[in-house]
Design a protein. Structure first.
Length: 247
């Protein structure tokens, strides 16, 4: 049996039973234990399964197409978001030029930035308002205002980003997956996040632990493109793909 055939047989077994030991996989493929273990490593690296002692399990990945409105999102995992925001804000120095994404995990950062000498650029209306209230130097992007998330998106927003060179970008996400990377339901919002990350020397994705093993419609960028700041890492295999800070 060729490698591709073994991979398909392994994944089919996991789809049916959610877990399988090495002996069972040897039985259905006719391969040796050493070969199966190598196959499991390859598939785990691709984010298609989770290796466990003696075998593998299917990754419990969720797919979400809809995005809650901003008021709903504010109330979800609020304590975790506050801890993440506090740590993220501590990374900002007076010499920085910072992009702050529209989102309910990046917005709480502003309360910890009073007195900062950094320059801030944002595509979030609420974020821009709070930055000004704190007396900080803030700029907003031009473009279309999205009602649900109060984010500025679209071609004009992407064009606005071209004039900036950020030292740091802090971004939100709706899903994190080894295979699909960082994802969000709106392709236009994903494009703005991707451009902001591309214009930044360092990118940080702020995400509470509920975002892991979730996939939404549009990929922003792969895992290795950003450091993740989270309250808790539920799956250690993500550490093989990027830097993760638990706070």
């Amino acid at each position: 049996m060729f490698a591709e055939q073994r991979f398909a047989a392994i994944l089919e077994e996991l789809e049916q039973h959610q877990a399988a030991n090495v002996s069972r996989l040897c039985q259905i493929t006719g391969a040796s234990e050493a070969t199966i273990r190598r196959d499991l490593t390859v598939l785990a690296d691709q984010g298609l399964l989770t290796k466990v002692h003696g075998g593998a399990t299917l990754i419990g990945q969720e797919f979400e197409k809809q995005e809650p409105d901003i008021d709903t999102k504010h109330n979800l995992h609020a304590a975790e978001k506050l801890k993440i925001a506090r740590y993220a804000a501590s990374l900002i120095q007076n010499s920085d030029v910072v992009f702050l994404d529209a989102g309910t995990t990046t917005l709480p950062m502003v309360s910890f930035l009073k007195g900062s000498g950094a320059i801030f650029v944002t595509n979030g209306i609420s974020c821009a308002q709070q930055l000004v209230i704190q007396g900080l130097q803030a700029y907003t992007l031009g473009g279309q205002l999205k009602a649900g998330t109060q984010a500025i998106i679209g071609a004009q927003a992407i064009q606005s980003l071209e004039q900036y060179n950020f030292t740091k970008a802090f971004l939100g996400t709706n899903g994190i997956s080894i295979r699909q990377g960082f994802t969000t339901p709106d392709p236009e919002e994903a494009a703005v996040k991707a451009k902001a990350s591309h214009r930044a020397y360092l990118s940080f994705v702020l995400a509470d632990s509920s975002k892991f093993d979730k996939v939404t419609t549009a990929t922003m960028f792969p895992l290795e493109a950003a450091t993740i700041i989270t309250d808790h890492l539920p799956n250690p295999s993500y550490l093989d793909h990027t830097i993760i800070k638990e706070v």
